[in-house]
Design a protein around this ligand. Structure first.
Ligand SMILES: *Cc1c(COP(=O)(O)O)cnc(C)c1O
Length: 342
């Protein structure tokens, strides 16, 4: 990384492949479908898709039609399923691009592969009763509301799904997300739809290593400025960090516009390989870390990676890893994004 670069994201596609293999083992006989919505949870949808397909995934799932069309341009052959409802006008575009759609209200689109979505307790999109499948229907699905936290309700949803779909042979039954794939073998049915775990982020907000998952993303920067605050001096907007004693601080040229959220003050990053606390108000383009000594400008800073987990930052921000990952500004050119095999 050169001195003028503010930060860089690196995606380890080898880790994505190994996570896919781990999920395939957990899924038993079921197929693995890679969920790559929101630009692959910030990791780059096309790169992650290729890695997941290489490792044995058999379809890709996105949220919206524009996401699917974008992915189709990069991957001509892959099965791509659009999970959110699309407008009538979009059905024609989906058909032309050989996409698959989900029917979650009474209307079942024609002339392309369709999955019927049953509401078993998510209380969002989904049919309360399944219509008789037309010849376009290739799958029946549902979505779990609390697979990471509530075994009783999750088992109820799985059982409702099993009972409502038992009579439907010859089509793919699918309900499991990452958390269910890792914790409920009985939820695997014919295919599992995994997103977060593919990226090596824990659906449970805990250490992904405990489930054999490897984080795929790292985020590196360096100290752009090092200065000593005298007692009573502060750094940043709002004067939220005031030195009580002479204090060395480093300024890292990364801020909330890059996805390092304002509510992550207090989280830890690595400076020269040692954990240091982020102090003061995080600005749009910069943040401050408290140092224990003077360090040279250019000293490496790891914001995510080498044991600094997205899950830790999420805990500080009182949110989930999903929101931190999808909020990383990996696409705007503020940071350099590098995909690497491994
Ligand atoms: C996002 C999504 C998934 C993937 O969930 P993860 O927890 O990231 O594995 C699966 N199914 C549907 C319908 C989704 O919207």
């Amino acid at each position: 990384m050169s001195a003028v670069e503010r930060s860089s994201f690196t995606i380890d596609l080898g880790a994505v492949r190994r996570n896919a293999a781990t999920l395939l083992r957990a899924a038993g006989e079921a197929e693995l479908w890679a969920v790559v919505k929101a630009e692959g949870y910030g990791h780059g949808a096309a790169d992650v898709s290729r890695a997941a397909l290489d490792a044995g995934a058999s379809a890709l799932c996105v949220a919206t039609l524009p996401e699917a069309l974008h992915l189709r341009a990069a991957l001509h052959e892959a099965r791509i399923i659009v999970m959110c409802p699309v407008s009538d006008r979009e059905v024609g575009e989906a058909r032309a691009a050989h996409l698959e759609l989900v029917a979650a209200d009474g209307r079942v689109p024609e002339g392309l592969r369709v999955h019927l979505k049953l509401d078993t307790g998510m209380g969002r999109w989904g049919l309360s009763e399944l219509p008789a499948p037309t010849h376009d229907v290739v799958g029946v699905m549902s979505h779990l509301a609390v697979a990471e936290s509530d075994p009783d309700f999750t088992r109820t949803q799985i059982e409702r799904f099993r009972a409502a779909t038992a009579g439907l042979a010859g089509i793919t039954h699918h309900i499991a997300n990452s958390a269910a794939t890792l914790r409920y073998p009985e939820a695997a049915f014919d295919a599992v739809r995994c997103g977060i775990a593919l990226y090596g982020i824990s659906p449970f907000g805990t250490d992904p290593g405990a489930d054999g998952l490897e984080p795929a993303l790292r985020w590196d920067s360096s100290l752009a400025l090092v200065k000593r605050l005298a007692p009573g001096e502060s750094t940043g907007y709002g004067r939220r960090f005031v030195a009580e004693q002479p204090t060395w601080i480093g300024i890292v040229p990364v801020g909330y516009a890059d996805g390092f959220r304002r509510d992550m003050t207090g989280t830890e990053v690595l400076v020269a390989g040692e954990r240091r606390r982020v102090v003061g108000t995080i600005s749009m383009d910069a943040l401050a870390v408290e140092l224990d000594r003077k360090l040279p400008v250019g000293t490496p800073v790891t914001l995510v990676g080498d044991g600094v987990l997205i899950e830790e930052h999420a805990r500080v921000a009182e949110t989930i890893g999903y929101e931190i990952a999808t909020g990383l500004n990996t696409r705007s050119g503020r940071a350099r994004r590098v995909a690497r095999n491994g």
